[in-house]
Design a protein around this ligand. Structure first.
Ligand code: SAH
Ligand code: SF4
Ligand code: F3S
Length: 474
């Protein structure tokens, strides 16, 4: 048993990160461990977790497990969890309650938890106390060892916990089963060293480790060969890419090299305002295949609160960067993340957030009420704002955000825009769905033959969160 340790998770050394190409080894005897068995995975959280799930699926299928989308049919249920806010945490424990009933009727059912909650010392303590009936718990640094963890648990009929609290390595050659045939996630870095005072990620994902450029470029070239049209470069802080490599190669260089592979669409998330360089802005505006879409989390519009959050930019610095991006990248859409109710946020601080929203008029935003996370500095900050007050702030903010989303979308009415058609609408089988270069969701009345193609669409109707359109012939 290897349980997580908060103190160790906090450690950052100057040790060089090792790149390991052969960490994933599947012994012959494990290749049939999942024969005639089905797995079901439920994924919470960010794109990084979604992509981890793609790795986990490939590993399970290497062991002959087959995927099912019905939890009731499964022989193995895995929850790939997120620790970012309390409600994510509650959802998982609520779900485990449901699974326990299933386990009582199916004693051979294997149940596991992985992802960021598995990295939390308090969560694993709770599992060891109250959820001993689980079979496996493994962390974000242990995915490659899943076959052995599973094998031990099955052989010994015991709860296997394997969660390393380390800075982390970079593992290459982990198999992947991609969910989508046209667009793919590509990790460019792991972990985070920013330690924003509210955030759990630096503890659950380890230190910032950039992948070496050659692995990234090779992966993208292969995706181009396999017919992929779009890639999203993933990292908690993609703009800081390369800083830890000591090879004088940065995010602007990477974007340029990825653009040269000829992939049709390049996106990247998430951009921390702190590391956004002019060089990056130039490269984005120069290459047609780097999409004019930037997610630029603001978090708060109050310089006082930003300081308490450890974000290292001021309100004015954010607005200046925002304007620079808007002016230099034609037609760019910018979205953001905002937290309300951070400890010490006064009505005045909150009105500064509204003011920045009024200035920037974001294309859209994810908004959250501050959620204290065990082990982070903000958890210990005195917080005397009532929940009711926080909810009112969130509501007021959302109304403003929605107003500007609709306004931003209205600019598209009667315009012709390129849309990558991904599939059939879940709501209407005669409609197809896809995204514009600027990441707007569009429903298109068109024939199925357009799925997997980038086509010109004329926007005929605009709503707050989506648009409708028709194919523009010719
Ligand atoms: N790396 C990204 C953020 C990843 S987490 C960045 O730095 O921008 C996604 C979003 O969740 C954050 O932008 C933040 O708005 C929100 N978030 C993170 N921790 C939170 C917490 N403790 N309470 C409420 N929201 C939080
Ligand atoms: Fe969390 Fe800040 Fe790192 Fe983003 S940059 S993952 S908010 S610590
Ligand atoms: Fe959640 Fe972990 Fe992502 S905490 S947001 S799944 S990095």
């Amino acid at each position: 048993m290897l349980t997580p340790n908060l103190k160790e998770a906090r450690i950052r050394t100057k040790n060089k990160v090792s790149v390991k190409e052969h960490e994933y080894i599947l012994n012959d005897n494990l290749k049939t461990l999942g024969k005639d068995k089905k797995y079901y995975i439920k994924t919470y959280g960010c794109q990084m977790n979604e992509h981890d799930t793609e790795n986990i699926k490939a590993i399970l299928e290497d062991m002959s497990f087959l995927e099912t989308d019905s939890m009731d049919e499964a022989d193995l249920i895995l929850l790939n969890t997120c620790a970012i806010r309390e409600n994510a945490h509650n959802k998982v424990f609520g779900y485990l309650g449901r699974i326990k009933h299933l386990k009582m009727t199916k004693p051979n059912l294997i149940v596991g938890m992985c992802g960021c909650m598995a990295q939390e010392e308090s969560v694993v303590d709770e599992i060891l106390n109250k959820y001993k009936w689980l079979d496996i718990v493994f962390g974000t640094h242990n995915i490659h060892n899943l076959p052995n963890i599973l094998n031990t648990s099955i052989a010994q009929k015991s709860l296997e916990v394997e969660v390393l609290s380390i800075e982390g390595d970079v593992l290459e050659n982990i198999p992947v089963k991609r969910e989508n045939k046209y667009k793919a996630w590509v990790n460019i870095m792991y972990g985070c060293d920013k330690f924003c005072t509210y955030c759990i990620v630096p503890y659950t994902r380890g230190k910032q480790r950039s992948r070496e450029p050659k692995y990234i470029i090779d992966e993208v070239k292969k995706l181009v060969n396999d017919g992929y049209l779009e890639i999203t470069l993933l990292g908690q802080n993609v703009n800081a890419y390369g800083k830890d490599l000591n090879i004088n190669y940065n995010m602007a260089n990477l974007l340029e090299d990825v653009a040269k592979t000829g992939i049709k669409r390049i996106r990247f998330v998430t951009s921390h305002p702190w590391d956004f360089t002019d060089e990056m802005i130039d490269i984005i505006s120069k290459h047609d295949n780097i999409m004019p879409y930037i997610h630029l989390p603001l978090q708060s519009g109050s310089t006082k609160i930003l300081k308490l959050m450890g974000r290292r930019y001021t309100k004015d610095m954010y607005i200046a960067l925002f304007n620079k991006i808007k002016n230099k990248i034609p037609n760019v859409s910018i979205t953001t993340d905002i937290i309300v109710g951070f400890p010490n946020e006064t009505e005045e601080d909150f009105s500064e957030t509204l003011e920045v929203v009024n200035t920037c008029k974001f294309d859209s935003a994810f908004t959250f009420i501050f959620s204290p996370r065990i082990g982070t500095p903000a958890h210990r900050m005195k917080d005397d704002i009532k929940l009711e007050e926080k909810e009112q702030r969130l509501h007021k903010l959302n109304e403003l955000i929605n107003k500007y989303s609709k306004e931003a979308n209205l600019k598209y009415l009667d315009k012709i825009v390129p849309v990558l058609i991904e599939g059939i609408s879940e709501k209407d089988e005669n409609m197809l769905v896809g995204y514009t270069d600027t990441m707007k969701l569009v429903n298109v009345k068109a024939n199925k033959e357009y799925i997997g193609k980038i086509i010109n669409v004329k926007i005929t109707e605009v709503k707050t969160w989506s648009m409708n359109g028709i194919i523009e012939e010719g």
